[in-house]
Design a protein around this ligand. Structure first.
Ligand code: HEC
Ligand code: HEC
Length: 374
């Protein structure tokens, strides 16, 4: 009896030591910001990866319960490009967030299973790792939670979490991949979305001509016109863009991670067709407010704004020149910019075009995508 108790006590101490050692390994292996919450649930077992941010971006925030590994990232990439996540095997995450168009899509409103249309334009996945809230209205607190949305959304992938899990569980290749990444072949929706989120945290764009000029101190990196455009972009008396599309001392996310009303979608009487952030908070000040998107790789991401109603960058700039659409909740930082000369407008466009960076090498479709084609 006694030896049994001693034995079980030793076992408990051993288990605690293992957990502590595991934490120490993660903390030392990664320079990234670790969230304060304690790890819960199943942890990845593979090779820990420190995601290196390119020039002009900060360390990637990593949740304590989902440190990235080579295996979870590879699995997440596979899932991201696999239409197996949709009801009829036709739509993958990449259908609406494709690498060839800056991880968005070309439609004003995204098209899901059966040609169904949603009510908003697809935002970019680029640098979404830095968003403090996900979606235009901030309704998901993390990439993990966000990824649960589209599978069960009737106008996107139009299936259920249970159906996705059952399908993946029936595929021996996926079972093996989950085992490698998570130490278990018992697939759950949590492991699916954690893998996808880890992949998304590698979809980073920095080191653009702007970054090489501003943070890399290469004076030749930016054209004279784009340099003038940068000055106009940050000047509160000129473009006043950086008040929301933030440029920091050490890095630039081009978003304040806040919500603003620019009057997009307002009719001539100031009536809004989408209340945006208000639907989440019920706070009147949030009426018609949408999250400030990053402007990284913006030139690749037409059409623009939450309703995709502006086909070119020039049109998007035109909205600001006009001071936004009048409505009761228009952001106080929106002013008419019609005093900007045509040359100055071209300079701002040249600056926006300088924000396009090369995609990282491993974020395109995985090599064996052919297997996935029907
Ligand atoms: C049918 C098109 C469609 C599919 C498929 C789709 N998305 Fe989206 N995605 C959207 C739209 C539209 C939004 C914005 C919706 C909103 O804000 O209300 C969005 C929002 C997002 C965001 C938030 C970005 C931000 O800046 O807030 C992320 C991240 C994202 N999707 C990733 C994914 C992943 C991962 C998948 C696959 C599991 C996926 N999407 C599948 C259309 C799609
Ligand atoms: C008051 C804050 C604010 C200011 C000032 C501001 N923006 Fe924006 N920007 C936003 C928000 C919020 C959105 C998304 C709004 C929406 O879709 O309803 C946006 C969207 C955009 C888009 C479209 C991005 C996409 O993913 O579709 C571009 C381009 C853009 N802004 C450029 C600029 C430029 C250039 C300036 C200066 C002339 C500027 N912004 C000033 C907050 C701001």
């Amino acid at each position: 009896m006694r030896t049994l108790r001693v034995a079980s006590l030793t076992l408990v101490i051993f288990a605690i030591a293992l957990v502590v050692a595991e934490h120490a390994r993660w903390n030392s292996a990664s320079t990234a910001v670790i969230a304060a919450s304690q790890p819960v649930g199943i942890m990845p077992i593979g090779k820990p990866i420190t995601i290196q941010p390119p020039l002009g971006l900060p360390a990637v925030p990593i949740p304590a319960d989902n440190p990235p590994t080579a295996e979870t990232i590879a699995l997440g990439r596979q899932l991201y490009y696999d239409p197996i996540l949709s009801a009829d095997n036709t739509i993958s995450c990449a259908s609406c967030h494709g690498p060839e168009v800056g991880f968005t899509d070309r439609n004003s409103f995204s098209i899901g299973v059966g040609g169904k249309k949603g009510g908003r334009h697809s935002p970019t996945v680029i640098n979404s790792a830095y968003n403090t809230l996900q979606f235009w209205d901030g309704r998901a607190p993390s990439l993990e939670e966000q990824a649960k949305g589209p599978m069960a959304n009737p106008v996107e992938m139009a299936t259920t979490h249970d159906a996705v899990v059952a399908r993946l569980q029936a595929d021996p290749k996926y079972v093996a991949q989950f085992k490698q990444a998570w130490g278990t072949g018992r697939i759950t929706i949590d492991l699916v979305v954690k893998s996808i989120a880890s992949f998304e945290r590698t979809v980073l764009c920095g080191n653009s001509a702007f970054d090489r000029f501003y943070y890399g101190h290469d004076k030749t990196a930016l054209s004279e016109s784009a340099q003038r455009g940068l000055k106009l972009f940050v000047d509160p008396k000129k473009g006043n863009c950086a008040v929301c599309h933030t440029i920091g001392e050490k890095y630039a996310l081009f978003t304040d991670n806040k919500f603003h009303n620019l009057g997009i979608g307002a009719d001539i009487n100031g009536n809004l067709n989408d209340l945006g952030r208000f639907d989440q908070t019920k706070n009147a000040a949030d009426t018609g407010a949408f999250k400030t998107p990053t402007l990284r790789n913006i030139a690749q991401r037409a059409p623009y704004f939450h309703d995709g109603s502006f086909p070119t960058l020039k049109d998007a700039l035109g909205h600001y020149i006009g001071g936004g659409n009048a409505n009761a909740h228009l952001d106080k930082e929106m002013h008419e910019l019609d005093f900007l000369s045509f040359d100055e407008r071209d300079d701002i466009l040249a600056f926006l075009n300088s924000l396009t960076a090369k995609m990282p090498p491993d974020v395109g479709p995985p090599p064996d995508l052919a297997r996935l084609k029907k």
